[in-house]
Each structure stands twice: as C-alpha cells, then as structure tokens.
Design a protein around this ligand. Structure first.
Ligand code: SAM
Ligand code: SF4
Length: 343
C-alpha cells in the first residue's frame, strides 16, 4: 500500500478524491432472492454464489467494526433479499451494538416480513425498513416480480408499521410498465402517511433490458402527480439523501424522488457498499471488475490495520459517479448487477 498516499490523507476518514466522506454502509448479506424482478435479476438466474463465497456473519461484523472505526455511522442490510438469510436478527443485534453505529436498517421486498418477523427484527435493533412495491395490481405484480405476492407485501407493510419500525416504500418506475400507477402511489402516500420514494430505472438489471426510453423521469412523475392529485412543495432536503422529498400543498402526505438518471446526486454521495461475497464497492457504477476483494484479505489473516489501510486506498479511487458516464455517453445496460449489490 502506498504509504505516501496515506500520509497525504486523513487516516480516520473515508474521504475520496472529490472531497466526499462516506458515512453510510450498505451490506448485501445474500445474492439470493425469493422474487425475480425483471429490472433486477437476470432471466432464469440460477447462478448463486456458493455458500463458501458468502461472508459469514462473523466476517460481516469484523468489516462493519472496521468501517465504523473509519467513520461509518449507519448500516443498511440488503440483498438479494436479506430476509431469506437465516437468523438475520442475530446479525442485527450485533451490528447495532458496534461502537459508533447509530442505526441499522434494511431494504426488503417484504415477502417474508410477517408480523412475528417484523417484531423480532425490531427487538433485535432494527430501526427502519424500506419495503419495495411497484404496483397495486396483482397480475402486474406477478409480471414484474415473477411471483404472486402482492397481498403478502401489503401485509408486510402493515406488519412493519405495527411493529413500530420506521417505514418507507420504494417504487421503481419503468415507462410503459407501471408509470400509470404513479398517481395511485401518491394517493397511497397521502392516505397512509407512508413516504413513497419513486426511483428512476437504472442500468443495473441482470437481464440487460435497460434503455434510456424506459426511464420515467422525476420531472414526468411530478407533472403527473401535480395534475392528478395536488400541487407539490419541495421540503428542506438533506443533501446526503438521494431522495428529494416533497409534501403536498395541503400538508397531507410526503413523496420522494430518486432521480438517479436525470438528476444524479453523486456529488453528495456518502454511501459505500459490501457485496455478499465480500467485495467493497465505492460506487454503484464502479468499473473495477466487481469491486475490491475484502474477503480474501479477511480469509488470508490480514490484520485489521492492513484492511483499514487497504479500504482507505480504495476509497480515494471512488469514481465521480454516473454523471461522468452520462456525460461521456458510455451508459449501457447492465453496468453492475443490482441483486448482487443490493441497491
Ligand atoms: N430485495 C430487496 C428489495 O427488493 O427491496 C433488497 C434488494 S433490491 C436490489 C434494493 C432496491 O433496489 C429495491 O428497492 C429495488 O426495487 C431497487 N432496484 C432493483 N433494481 C433496480 C434498477 N435496475 N433500477 C432502480 N432500482 C432498482
Ligand atoms: Fe429480489 Fe429485490 Fe432484486 Fe426484486 S429487486 S429481484 S426482490 S433483489
């Protein structure tokens, strides 16, 4: 590792060469999933990582502790589908006890989030949950997610709420698939009080179907909501949050937009990721052949200090983000695989 490099940077901070400091860590705990969303999974995907290749909970904890020492404050568990991995409550309990970690949250498709499970995870230390839902139509749910699960997901939203978990709904909007439901989701946000965050479709799908035309933009969503529901007013936004939040002019309901394609928030990005097979990704759109291999360092017995220095060396190389890819017109389908990164 370049000691000169380390001398020239702050040892204790995950600062990149653009001055951004990472404070949020997303950990994918499995690449497996009980859904087959067409904007995420490869068609007929059967190539899961071998169990041996997946980080154990002990290894995840070790890395999380190292990252926390470098300034990470918030951890989000994701997948694939995190709830398919057994005993995730044990992991949550341990993660939430790490010195410096302020919150542990999860992004889930909700299929396995029963009332009992939601309570169990909350008791273990889970603070909040983002549940993904793209449609209120059962047949469409099946064609987008590959499974008949609408009612289970709706029940899981209720279960998470009842368990006292903070809750947001994630809705990926794809032109021609579900953009006609943006208004229904906005009304849902108003009637339930749950924040619905609309996400623009990103070229991270395993099947390579992404194309620019399928991106239904934030601007289009806002126009549609204003026309059919009510005027929106931008809220004071936290620049480190990818979602731009709006309330309705009558104060009833909040919606957010994650315009990753049309208004990328890369310049404020404070996130980093660990894949389930133990690779470190400094950016969703990173082109490092799948990230930096932390698992090998762990398994070859490298010291914590060595791993810490390696992480600091990698973070410096964090790319500018999707902006430069858009500007150089090199955006193409399937830059990385979402179900392995976890969003
Ligand atoms: N299985 C969990 C779920 O679906 O919530 C967690 C993993 S999933 C990869 C995390 C988030 O990424 C979900 O909200 C999902 O809708 C979103 N997502 C997946 N593929 C996407 C894509 N190509 N563009 C934008 N968002 C995507
Ligand atoms: Fe599974 Fe989530 Fe990807 Fe859907 S978005 S296939 S639920 S990992």
């Amino acid at each position: 590792m370049g000691d000169e490099l380390l001398k020239s940077q702050n040892y204790s901070k995950l600062s990149d060469s653009f001055g951004r400091v990472a404070r949020k860590l997303r950990i994918s705990i499995t690449d497996r999933c009980n859904m087959r969303c067409i904007y995420c999974m490869p068609y007929n995907n059967t190539e899961w990582f071998e169990q041996d290749n997946i980080l154990s909970y002990k290894e995840i904890l070790k890395l999380a502790t190292i990252f926390s020492g470098l300034g990470v404050k918030k951890i989000r568990l994701t997948g694939g589908e995190p709830t398919v991995r057994p005993k995730m409550e044990d992991l949550i309990r341990s993660l939430s006890k790490i010195n410096g970690i302020e919150s542990v949250s999860m992004t889930t498709n909700g299929l396995l989030l029963s009332e009992g499970k939601a309570k169990q995870l909350k008791e273990a230390g889970l603070g909040s949950v983002n549940i993904s839902l793209d449609t209120f139509k059962a047949d469409r749910f099946k064609s987008i997610c590959g499974i008949d699960g609408l009612n289970q997901v709706l029940a899981s939203i209720q279960a998470a709420d009842d368990a006292g978990l903070k809750l947001k709904i994630n809705t990926v909007v794809v032109r021609g698939w579900n953009d006609d439901e943006v208004v229904d989701f906005a009304r849902f946000a108003r009637s339930t009080g749950y924040t619905v965050r609309f996400i623009e479709f990103m070229p991270l799908d395993g099947s390579g179907i992404w194309e620019p035309n399928l991106v239904f933009s934030k601007r289009e969503m806002i126009e549609r909501i204003k026309k059919n529901v009510k005027e929106l007013v931008p809220l004071q936004n936290d620049s480190s949050e990818p979602a731009m939040l709006y309330s309705f002019i009558d104060g009833k309901g909040t919606v957010g937009f994650i315009p990753s394609m049309t208004e990328p928030f890369c310049q404020y990005c404070d996130r980093i990721r660990i894949t389930s097979d133990g690779r470190f990704l400094t950016c969703l759109f990173e082109n490092t052949g799948g990230g930096y291999d932390l698992k090998s360092l762990l398994r070859s017995g490298r010291s914590d200090d060595y791993i810490r220095r390696y992480i600091l060396e990698c973070i410096v190389k964090k790319p500018e983000g999707v902006i430069s890819i858009i500007e150089t017109k090199t955006l193409k389908p399937t830059i990385n695989l979402m179900h392995r990164i976890g969003g």
